[in-house]
Write a protein that binds this ligand. Structure first.
Ligand code: NDP
Length: 459
C-alpha cells in the first residue's frame, strides 16, 4: 500500500498551482488540487485576462476618434454596452478555466472544489467534506488578496479588483484609491468607457518604483484622457448617501461624491487560516511564505510558489516557479528560477513596457550611467490629429556599454518589452542595439536608431 494518498497536494488552482500540477503529473506524480473559488486563480478569473479584455474594450474609444482622421465617418455615435462586455468576458474566462481543469486532468490529476487546510507536514484537510488527504509533498499556491487600506470608516462600501469586473452597470463616477498597477489600469479603462474618474494616492506620483520618465508621462496621459489625479491625498471617511452615492471626505478636508469607490492599495499573500503555523511553516513579516531558491519552505515536504511567496508578483513568474518546482521534485532535475531582469507591462493607456534598471537604480549601482531618450509623435497620430507622444529610454552602463534597462511609454510598449527582455537578459550592449537594422516604419525602430546620448552621469 502506498505510504501517502497522493504524491502532490496542491492548494490553489491558479497559474502557479496548475502549472506545477500539470508538470508533476507529466512526470508521473499522482496529483490532487484543491480550489475554493474558481479554477484559474486571480489571473484568469479577476486579474490579467479580464483586465486586458477590458483594456481592449476601452481603447476602441480612441480608435473611433482616430479613424475620422483617416477618412472614416460614423453617421451615429458609437455606443457601448457594459453588460455585453461583462457577459463576453465571463464566457471567455469560463472557457479558460475549463482549459486549466482539462490540463490537470489530462495528466491524470484531479481538482476538488474545496477550501483546504494543512493539518501537518504531510496531511491536508478538505473543508467541504472533512476528508483528510495525506501527501508526500504539499504545494501552497494560494496567491494573494486585495488589501483594503486605509482602514477608514465606511471602507466596507468600497470595492476591490475582485468586484470591479462584475459591476451591474457602468458607474457614472468612480473614486480610485491608489497609484499602483491596478489603479492606473482601471483609471485608464473606466475614463475611456465614460466614467468620470478621480484617482487619489498618498505618493507624489503614480507607479512608485518605476522610471521617473514613465511616471511623468503616464500621469500626463491619464490627465489628458480625463482622469483627475490628486497626490498626497487619501480618503479619511466614506459614507453611503440616501441616494445610493458614496460621499468621501479626504485627508485635506475636501469632499466628493462617487457612484463607486475602488480601492487598489496593494495585495497581500493569502496565508491566513491555511494551517501553515500548525505545520511549522515560516512566514516573513508581511505574511508571505518564506522559501529557498527551489521554492521549498523550512518544512522539507512543503513548497510554495507564486504571489503567496511575494517574490515578484506576476503570473509568468508564478508559472515558472511552479514548473521549476515540479521539475525539481518530480522530474529529477534541480531547476532554480532566475528572478533578474523580468520584463513587465502596465496596461494603462498609455501603456508601459519595462525591463531592467530604472535610471535612478542604475545611478545608485554604477559609476557611469548613460541615458538615451527619445520622445516623438507616433506616425498613426499624424493623421488622427492626436497629440500623444511616445517615450523610449535606454539606460546604459557607461563603462561596459551594457544596456541595463529599457523603458517605453506608448502603443504596444508591453509587446516591445517582451522582446527587449531577451536582449537585456543576454546582456546586450548599446553597440548591439546600434548594430541592429531598423524595421521601418515602426515606433520600435527608435530603439536601434538613438545615437545621441541625452545625458551622462558620473559618480
Ligand atoms: P501596487 O503595489 O502596484 O500599488 C499599491 C498602491 O497602493 C500604491 O499606490 C501604494 O502607494 C498604495 N498603498 C499601499 N499601502 C498603502 C496604504 N497603507 N495607504 C495608502 N496607500 C497605500 O499594488 P496593486 O494593488 O496596484 O497591484 C498589486 C500587484 O498586482 C502589483 O504589485 C503587481 O505585482 C500585480 N499586478 C500586475 C499587473 C501587470 O503586470 N500589468 C496588473 C495588476 C496587478 P505608494 O506608491 O505610496 O507605495
Amino acid at each position: 500500500m502506498a505510504q501517502f494518498d497522493v504524491d502532490l497536494f496542491v492548494i490553489g488552482a491558479g497559474s502557479g498551482g496548475v502549472r506545477a500540477s500539470r508538470i508533476a503529473g507529466g512526470h508521473g506524480a499522482k496529483v490532487l488540487v484543491a480550489e475554493e473559488f474558481r479554477i484559474g486563480g486571480t489571473c484568469v478569473i479577476r486579474g490579467c485576462i479580464p483586465k486586458k479584455l477590458y483594456v481592449y474594450a476601452s481603447r476602441f474609444v480612441d480608435d473611433y476618434e482616430d479613424a475620422v482622421g483617416y477618412g472614416w465617418s460614423f453617421p451615429q455615435k458609437p455606443t457601448f454596452d457594459w453588460t455585453k462586455l461583462v457577459a463576453a468576458k465571463e464566457k471567455e474566462i469560463t472557457r479558460l478555466s475549463g482549459l486549466y481543469q482539462k490540463g490537470v486532468e489530462g495528466v491524470g490529476g484531479s481538482i476538488v472544489q474545496s477550501r483546504a487546510e494543512i493539518e501537518d507536514e504531510h496531511t491536508v484537510r478538505l473543508l467541504n467534506d472533512g476528508r483528510k488527504i495525506t501527501a508526500k509533498y504539499i504545494l501552497v499556491a494560494t496567491g494573494g488578496s486585495p488589501t483594503l487600506v486605509p482602514e477608514i470608516p465606511g471602507i466596507e462600501h468600497a470595492i476591490s479588483s475582485n468586484e470591479v469586473f462584475d459591476l451591474k452597470h457602468l458607474p457614472a463616477s468612480m473614486l480610485i484609491v491608489g497609484g499602483g498597477f491596478i489603479a492606473v489600469e482601471f483609471a485608464s479603462v473606466f475614463t475611456r468607457l465614460g466614467t468620470k474618474v478621480t484617482q487619489v494616492m498618498r505618493a507624489d506620483n503614480v507607479l512608485r518604483g518605476f522610471d521617473e520618465d514613465l511616471r511623468t508621462g503616464l500621469h500626463e496621459g491619464l490627465n489628458h484622457a480625463g482622469v483627475t489625479t490628486r497626490f498626497g491625498v487619501l480618503p479619511s471617511k466614506i459614507a453611503k448617501q440616501p441616494n445610493g452615492l458614496l460621499s468621501a471626505t479626504f485627508s485635506d478636508g475636501t469632499t466628493g461624491e462617487f457612484e463607486q469607490v475602488l480601492v487598489a492599495t496593494g495585495r497581500h499573500p493569502h496565508t491566513q487560516g491555511l494551517g501553515l503555523e500548525k505545520a511549522g511553516v515560516q512566514l516573513d513579516k508581511v505574511g508571505a511564505v518564506k522559501v529557498d531558491d527551489y521554492s521549498r519552505t523550512n518544512v522539507p515536504s512543503i513548497y510554495a510558489v507564486g504571489d503567496v511567496t511575494n517574490r515578484i508578483n506576476l503570473t509568468p513568474v508564478a508559472v515558472r516557479e511552479g514548473h521549476a518546482f515540479a521539475d525539481t521534485v518530480f522530474g529529477g532535475k534541480d531547476v532554480k528560477v532566475d528572478h533578474s531582469n523580468v520584463a513587465s507591462a502596465v496596461f494603462s493607456t498609455p501603456e508601459i513596457g519595462t525591463v531592467g534598471l530604472t535610471e535612478a537604480q542604475a545611478r545608485d549601482a554604477f559609476d557611469i550611467v548613460d541615458i538615451y531618450r527619445a520622445t516623438f509623435r507616433p506616425l498613426k497620430a499624424t493623421l488622427s490629429g492626436r497629440t500623444e507622444r511616445m517615450m523610449m529610454k535606454i539606460v546604459v552602463d557607461g563603462k561596459s556599454d551594457r544596456v541595463l534597462g529599457v523603458h517605453i511609454l506608448g502603443h504596444d510598449a508591453g509587446e516591445m518589452a517582451q522582446l527587449l527582455g531577451i536582449a537585456v537578459k543576454m546582456r546586450a550592449t548599446k553597440a548591439d542595439f546600434d548594430a541592429t537594422m531598423a524595421v521601418h516604419p515602426t515606433a520600435a525602430e527608435e530603439l536601434v536608431t538613438m545615437r545621441t546620448r541625452t545625458v551622462r552621469y558620473e559618480k
